[in-house]
Design a protein around this ligand. Structure first.
Ligand code: NAG
Ligand code: NAG
Ligand code: NAG
Ligand code: NAG
Ligand code: NAG
Ligand code: NAG
Length: 416
């Protein structure tokens, strides 16, 4: 559940672009001189190749803490997710996981044989060794988030996940994604790369996580439905259908699109917060680490808006070329604000005046535009440059088949 956010920060196809663009040389890191470190990064790469790629973007000081933050949440998630574990074993582990990570030598062997990340927990003593070598300030941040996430998971494991109201939806997304945002912000401030304000603005950190999670939840309608997971709040979908699965029926197409755009409208509501958050991030490496998933989410939201294919196709994703382009362009706030404006304009432009949220979406897009003009005036020139590039096809330099093939080769060489 927790790893849902971390793992789906990037679509597998986007890893290719990450590797091609920034991370290819560094992805060949060699940690063999230190057995603990080697094993930790082996597990990181095993559990999430995409996260393992983005982590290479970070400065040394933050790599280990964020790697361990990920592995610990992943361990917690692997216990939560395994339906072969009885609740009377599962619940106490979820509730005390933040204490177990301080117990040298602790491991967990009760996962079923088919649990794909079983080995991580079998060798969890390695994660604990790494964790205990972190600075105490980082340890307490990680333990605190682990505690809160474990409590959330225990609650959902007992009562089930019932997303009825929009408040339930926000709460669920807070547990699985907002808390990760909070923890990352605290780590950024604790290592002094960023001002203490970054950690203090918990509302903005939470929005960063919610925006990513909600975009994924919208995109993954069909996949989640197949696996009998329902994260769209009934308060929204209930306005457009009697049953959540009715949207796949062709005769409900019109209502399906209305519902979809209502969901998009709800997610768009976080974009101003994300822009404000990214405006606070000064360190170039932290900035890229935070900004890349956000611009992917904005591009994805634009793709799903008014797009019936989310009800007919699983695994929809932005084009590889677009991904490469986004990663390359997300290096400072003016740039990212320009990207946000570009997609907000596209969303607004695609809106149908007959859609019940036509005006609401228009207002939000206008507000995003306004925030950028006021706070990031440099984004106006960037926007012109981006649009000129898109129209003149200069972005075609990264969109060519050759570039994509080169990326695929780089990916294969790195990960094969
Ligand atoms: C080995 O790696 C761990 C985790 O990255 C680190 O805490 C520890 O200081 C390293 N040990 C040595 C001897 O460098
Ligand atoms: C797991 O922990 C148990 C009990 O502490 C220990 O006997 C066992 O060797 C550990 N397993 C591994 C793979 O470290
Ligand atoms: C991030 O901040 C740290 C600490 O101030 C500094 O050492 C590092 O060079 C910065 N990295 C970048 C890429 O700005
Ligand atoms: C709708 O989604 C599909 C599947 O990802 C995509 O190929 C198509 O370009 C999208 N349509 C629009 C108008 O964005
Ligand atoms: C708005 O949509 C029209 C077609 O519906 C298209 O021709 C135009 O280029 C779009 N403008 C922007 C800014 O996307
Ligand atoms: C990451 O894992 C893949 C297999 O899943 C492996 O081929 C590759 O060598 C690993 N990369 C690193 C840097 O450990």
């Amino acid at each position: 559940m927790a790893s849902a956010i971390l793992a789906s920060l990037f679509h597998p196809s986007e890893v290719l672009a990450l590797v091609q663009y920034k991370l290819a040389p560094k992805a060949n890191y060699d940690y063999s001189s230190n057995k603990t470190r080697e094993r930790l990064y082996y597990f990181l790469n095993m559990t999430s190749r995409s996260f393992s790629a983005v982590i290479q973007e970070l400065d040394e000081e933050l790599k280990d803490p964020i790697c361990l933050f990920y592995l610990i949440l992943r361990g917690l998630d692997t216990i939560e997710d395994d339906m072969t574990i009885d609740l009377d074993i599962k619940l106490p582990h979820l509730k005390t996981f933040h204490e177990l990570i301080y117990q040298k030598g602790w491991n967990f062997t009760k996962n079923g044989p088919n649990e794909k990340d079983r080995q991580l927990l079998v060798e969890f003593d390695v994660v604990i060794d790494g964790f205990l070598q972190l600075k105490p300030a980082y340890q307490s941040i990680i333990a605190d988030i682990t505690k809160r996430m474990g409590q959330g998971m225990a609650q959902y494991a007992t009562a089930g996940i019932h997303v009825n109201t929009i408040a339930d939806y926000d709460e669920y997304c807070h547990y699985v994604a907002g808390l990760v945002g909070l923890g990352l912000s605290e780590l950024f401030s604790a290592c002094d790369f960023e001002s203490p304000t970054v950690a203090k603005r918990k509302d903005l950190s939470n929005s960063m996580g919610l925006f990513l999670q909600k975009t994924n939840i919208i995109r993954d309608y069909l996949e989640d439905l197949r696996d009998n997971r329902r994260f769209w709040p009934k308060e929204i979908w209930g306005k457009y259908a009697d049953n959540f699965e009715d949207f796949i029926k062709p005769e409900n197409k019109e209502n399906a699109l209305r519902c979809l755009n209502h969901m998009v409208y709800n997610a768009l509501g976080h974009m101003k917060d994300c822009l404000e958050y990214l405006g606070m991030i000064k360190n170039a490496s932290c900035f890229k680490f935070c900004a890349i998933p956000q611009v992917m989410a904005v591009a994805t939201l634009n793709m799903v808006h008014t797009n019936y294919s989310i009800f007919t196709h699983e695994n929809i994703k932005i084009r590889k070329g677009e991904t490469v382009w986004l990663i390359k362009e997300s290096y400072n706030i003016d740039n990212v604000a320009a990207i946000f404006r570009m997609y907000a304009r596209q969303i607004n432009n695609k809106s149908n005046p007959l859609d019940p949220h036509f005006i609401d979406i228009g207002i939000l897009c206008g507000e995003i535009e306004q925030v950028c003009v006021n706070k990031y005036p440099g984004s106006t020139a960037e926007l012109k440059r981006l649009q000129a590039g898109v129209m003149a096809g200069t972005s075609g330099t990264v969109l060519t088949a050759a570039a994509v093939v080169a990326g695929a080769v780089a990916l294969r060489n790195t990960f094969a």
